[in-house]
Design a binder for this molecule. Sequence first.
Ligand code: ADP
Length: 809
Amino acid sequence: MAKSAKTEKKELDLPDILPLLPVRDIVVFPHMVLPLFVGREMSVKAIEQAVSGNRMVLLATQKTLEVEKPKPKDIYTLGTIGTIMRMLKLSDGRIKILVQGIAKAKIVSFTKSTPYFQVKVEKIKEPSTDKLSPEVEAIVRTVKQQMEKAISFGKFLVPDVIALIENIEDPGRLSDLVVSNLGLKVEAAQEILETIDPGERLNKVSHLLAKELHVMTMQQKIQTEAKGEMDKVQREYFLKEQLKAIQKELGEVDERAKEIEEFKEKIAEVKMPEKVEKEATKQLRRLEQMHPDSAEASTVRTYLEWMVELPWDKQTKDKLNIITAKKVLDEDHYDLERIKERILEYLAVRKMNKKMKGPILCFVGPPGVGKTSLGKSIARALGRKFVRISLGGIRDEAEIRGHRRTYVGALPGRLIQGMKQAGTANPVFMMDEIDKIGTDFRGDPSSALLEVLDPEQNNAFSDHYLGVPFDLSRVMFITTANQMDPIPSPLRDRMEVIELAGYTTEEKIGIARDFLLPRQLEEHGTSEKWVGLSDASLEKIISSYTREAGVRNLEREIARVLRKIARRLAEGKMKRTVVTPANLHQFLGIPKFLPEMEQEKDEVGVATGMAWTPTGGDIIRIEATLMKGKGELTLTGSLGDVMKESARAALSYIRSMEKTLKIKPESFSKSDLHIHVPAGAIPKDGPSAGITIAVAMTSALSTKPIRRDVAMTGEITLRGRVLPVGGLKEKILAAKRAGMKTVILPKQNEKDLDEIPNHLLKGLDFIFADHMETVLDAVFRKKKTSKPPRPKKTGRRLKTASQGAARHP
Ligand code: ADP
């Protein structure tokens, strides 16, 4: 009842005919209170008319701001009836009023147009909103939250309005209140005004608010970022200034200027070639212009450090005197007479012809035979510096030539690194393991090496990192390798190869006694006064604790013995210690190797072969066993394809010769043959065990025992011919070490024996075979009753050591 009475009253209060006040740039909503300045004559008249009556006007918005004298079509038809709460006449003739919106009304017609517009209006009834649907209630809450958010982003609202918004539940009033505070454009505000349904209206308001909030968020973000950026820059600047001030206070010179100055001095000092100096100066200028802490500056700095530390011009003076050179070589090395001769010849030729850019020395031999130590002696004899790099496992050309500076952490290649280490432009430069360089997709290191070793090209070696040529022509290169075969042939052609075989036990004893022992005694701070190590003990160390072609492990074992003795002395037991073969185990523990002649008697199916290994030679016992079966051949012991094929060739040869060899035919069809090559875990390959396998097979099939003191090597063909093999020196040494009496070699290898020092051949009988017949004849013992052997067509025996010596003067 109360409500309807109120509505009734409102309706009664509002007249139908009203003066019109066209407003510009704003849309007035019901309940809104706002001040207006009225200047246009027409409007002033309308106000005066209203004030003289019930103080009411229709406030309708002009469609365009600029129109000074609007016509009815220029004015929106929907407006708000307002009551004038206060009026003030200003001195310039304008009027200031305070109006409050009361209700929406629509212009039905213009009843008068002079001196002001008078209109007939029709009030607009809004649908009732006593009961809110959940949807509308949701929008009400959303709009309130949106307003809160806008306020938190800094939207300014009068505190009263904020409180009002919080308390209003009516969607129509809420939307009007919010809209009037949003500062919308006229069109948008008018659209809201014309939306009569309160729920719909509030929905539109909510959309507008969302848009507004999005803009505000963006604005906020941009502002914070800009502020953050400013803060950082300012902070850094401030700190730097502070730092400078502190340094100045402490009397420190500007580090940067000092650094540049130092580089400048060094560049002048190292006397670079002109072109190089230009580049260095250029880089220095770049450094000067960079921020000293930038990543690029540190790259340039590293580069300059390399440039000023390389020996561009610094050289040692050669003292090339052949007699002193010989003295030095003799001082450092036991025996090796022929090798020393060749080295001295090489040096003599260099001396005679200074311009000669001769071949490069290459020492080939197993580890520990003195290759490095010869290189060092050469350097000492010439008064040059010695550097050594290892090429083992290099696959990447960049390891030789360096990486371009554009790579992070780039460095020069090993050659330039070696030169820096040497510190002079003419060192003796040893490159180890030249046989172990590889090739793959990262480029071919050996082609880079070719350039290094080529006297025609190496005066302008280009390293990718340096980017300027470096002169390597004054360097004396020496290369080393364990094997000849893997060295790429263009490289091999540039080199003068000197082969160093392994040492015999006697030689090792000599080296140990004259060189290793004195050196180790000194290193352990003792002397012969306190230690007695006889030749017999050395021999025991060699045979039971080492197995090698060189003397590296021997030196290590001697050091172990001396460590124990040094400790005793340090503990105060001042007594001379004598090491004997009998008490050696106290120093070195139980023997690591058993003597090789462990076979006590001749056995069926066990043949002794000689094998080449990277650490020297070794003997291997190849075993063959026959068992019941169907004629199958089994091969075990990690054998490569070539070795397997040569076993098949051996079997085929034997089968074709069964009559001559007195083998029963059913041996093949009714049994399986198993060949095993120890040590099973080490991969083996190559054809050189062919005759050894054939001998083991023949023995197993014919049940004849094989002489255990005969060692053999050679490739076999299907017809039983014996073909030549390599690595003779190491193989013969291994046979000798193992106590063999007779060695069977391919006939075609006979000439190679000339290359082998006589003392290595001493004590061995040699049989040169070009056919299996000769081999088989030698490996099986003759029955005592058999006739004396007739001289072989193809075999040749070197019966005694003296004969051997005579043949190899
Ligand atoms: P490689 O370079 O051939 O592997 P090293 O030159 O390093 O071998 O030699 C190993 C050790 O053996 C060194 O201490 C070296 O002095 C010593 N040595 C090798 N052969 C001899 C020798 N004939 N006389 C004296 N010492 C030797």
